[in-house]
Write a protein that binds this ligand. Structure first.
Ligand SMILES: [Zn+2]
Length: 318
């Protein structure tokens, strides 16, 4: 035993003083590229909260960003003269309502870009929720248990600043009730500011974009952001996503900025041209792609589109 300890001690001393072998390089981490430089162009608002970052992106629009979890989800607070519209409510980590309350005294209307848990999980904190009248939306509004989504919120997916009061082992998405169903093309008037809801299924059956023509902004949720766009899950539809990209392209002269639900904000509307071209490329059999297990990834520079393999489109549909 003593001999073994001595040998171990010798090894440690020897290794530490004489070993010239280079250390194995550290594994690259998903958060090595964070924080993202693009956020520094906006005025940061101190809300005394270490989990959320708030940026004033225009005179009447805030972005509320979760930079410390790999989803890097973004919600938006749009101020009108009568109401404020909260576009998405992030993942249910941290007290989003206390942040929103610091930014406005206006009554809040929540409208989600779609009902995935990373966009609706603080809905339960708010009184007025608008949503779509679809079975998919109703199903997600029942919430998700820790068994369903706990694996998405672990210390591997967070790099710092998890709120102390938050118990990560009990992570769940709480149920909420939709107070008003909105229709395709409906305008939500928050007072001197009209936001039009356009149904844009594809990424999910209940995806919408929100168009604020007066301020030349389009809130795109997960239907566009400059990163891998997911159109491969059970409930996605490439055919719908293809049509959606055409619908969004129709707004190219009405907006200057796309306001995505993840990573970065205020992206140029020229991406609407690129997204339409990209979906046309995806359905073209001569376009190269990276083959994955039951998936294909098509790369288009700043973004990619991940779809099912084989394609669920037209004659190729499964
Ligand atoms: Zn989503």
């Amino acid at each position: 035993m003593i001999k073994k300890i001595a040998l171990t001690l010798f090894s440690i001393l020897f290794m530490s003083s004489c070993d010239k072998q280079p250390e194995a390089p550290a594994e690259p981490k998903w958060h090595d590229a964070l924080p993202r430089e693009s956020w520094s162009q906006f005025e940061k608002v101190d809300v005394g909260n270490s989990w959320f970052e708030v940026y004033k992106v225009t005179d009447n629009t805030y972005a509320i960003y979760e930079p410390f979890q790999w989803q890097e989800a973004i919600s938006y607070l749009l101020l009108g003269s009568d109401n404020a519209l909260l576009v998405d409510t992030l993942q249910g980590v941290g007290d989003l309502k206390s942040v929103v309350d610091q930014l406005t005294n206006l009554p809040i209307i929540v409208m989600n870009t779609h009902s995935h848990y990373d966009h609706v999980s603080s809905n339960y904190q708010f009184e007025t929720i608008y949503g779509l009248d679809t079975p998919y939306t109703a199903g997600n509004a029942k919430g998700h248990s820790n068994a369903d989504i706990g694996s998405s919120m672990t210390m591997d997916t967070i790099w710092k600043n998890l709120p102390e009061e938050f118990d990560i082992t009990k992570y769940e998405s709480k149920a909420y009730e939709i107070d008003k169903f909105v229709n395709d093309g409906e305008i939500i008037d928050i007072g001197s500011r009209e936001i039009q809801v356009i149904f844009t299924p594809g990424h999910s059956p209940d995806s919408v974009i929100l168009v604020d023509k007066a301020n030349r902004m389009m809130f795109t949720g997960d239907t566009f952001y400059p990163a891998p766009i997911y159109v491969y899950s059970e409930t996605t539809s490439l055919e719908d996503f293809f049509i959606t990209s055409q619908i969004m392209f129709g707004y190219r002269n009405d907006v200057d900025y796309l306001m995505p639900g993840h990573n970065e904000t205020m992206q140029p509307a020229s991406y609407l041209d690129e997204l339409r071209a990209a979906t046309m490329a995806v359905i073209n059999p001569t376009t190269p792609f990276e083959q994955g297990r039951n998936r294909r990834t098509y790369n288009f520079g700043d973004f990619s589109i991940i779809v099912k393999d084989p394609l669920d489109f037209g004659i190729n549909a499964e």
